[in-house]
Design a protein around this ligand. Structure first.
Ligand SMILES: NC(=O)c1ccc[n+]([C@@H]2O[C@H](COP(=O)([O-])OP(=O)(O)OC[C@H]3O[C@@H](n4cnc5c(N)ncnc54)[C@H](OP(=O)(O)O)[C@@H]3O)[C@@H](O)[C@H]2O)c1
Length: 246
């Protein structure tokens, strides 16, 4: 897939799934602005990504960060062609009946409203004029219940609803799609797979858990012209897991 002359923003691009997406877009010719809270991780990622990578440090959704991102986009590029809403968080484990509602608000604020705010920023900054595309990174937990991470799943379900809603509101100029990965080997999921990867992998028809590159390919497809008539869709990237588990 070629993305020559295109400019993309990938939130949370300093490692994990976001980094793999940024790398694949750059390999296809795009220039990519990645975000992340820690400047040192961002710098390390930029060094690996090379000349066509830029970084804006800050926490998703914070006004100073949004302003810095807006400036970085307008000053150098005038606008963007693609947005990947990749940042997501899940700080708790346990049943919903015990969930602190302030924590629930934080999860929804980052995973849902963070993506909405970024999508509105992208809308203002060229996505509409450039007939661009957005991809939201959800989770298989947003498609069916998962033990212990209920509010995370609720937030990712809401992200899929947001994907469909924006696909209609932003049509015909901006396509909006989503991906729903199962377990992917990153820092985020380390506690889940470390020391029990083989046991976890046995549940997957693919006989392995995912790696960030497994997500980057489908995301780039959704952004590309090859998906020019695809909008509002959510694709499970799960090594077949959803076929064999309820
Ligand atoms: N890994 C999985 O098994 C899996 C499965 C399904 C879905 N997902 C989803 O995939 C997405 C990426 O996850 P990942 O596994 O790649 O995570 P990761 O390896 O922990 O990477 C997260 C990235 O986001 C940045 N980040 C985190 N919170 C941020 C915030 N509030 N503001 C700005 N940047 C932030 C991190 O940098 P800093 O720490 O420096 O901020 C880092 O660049 C998430 O939406 C997650 O829900 C992951």
């Amino acid at each position: 897939m070629r993305f020559d002359q295109k400019v993309a923003v990938v939130t949370g691009g300093s490692r994990g799934i976001g980094f793999a997406i940024a790398k694949e877009l750059i390999a296809g010719g795009a220039t990519v602005i990645i975000t992340g809270r820690k400047q040192d991780s961002l710098d390390a990622a930029l060094e690996q990504l090379g000349d066509r990578a830029r970084g804006v440090a800050g926490k998703l959704g914070q006004p100073e960060h949004d302003d810095a991102l807006r400036r970085a986009i307008t000053d150098e590029f005038g606008g963007i062609d693609y947005l990947v809403n990749n940042v997501g968080m899940n700080p708790v484990f346990g049943p919903l009946v015990q969930l602190d509602l302030d924590v629930a608000r934080k999860i929804l604020d980052t995973n849902v409203l963070g993506a909405l705010k970024m999508s509105r920023l992208g809308y203002e900054l060229g996505l509409r004029e450039r007939r661009g595309a957005i991809v939201n990174v959800g989770s298989i937990s947003g498609l069916r219940p998962s033990t212990g991470i209920g509010m995370y799943g609720v937030s990712k379900s809401a992200l899929f609803a947001l994907t469909r809603q924006l696909a209609v509101e932003f049509a015909p100029n901006i396509r909006v799609n989503a991906v729903a990965p199962a377990a992917i080997k990153t820092d985020f999921s380390k506690a889940m797979y470390e020391g029990r990867e083989a046991e976890l992998a046995a549940a997957y028809p693919a006989e392995r858990i995912g790696v960030p590159e497994d997500v980057a390919g489908p995301v780039c497809f959704f952004l590309s012209d090859a998906a020019g008539w695809v909008t509002g869709q959510t694709l499970a990237i799960d090594g077949g897991l959803s076929l064999v588990t309820p």
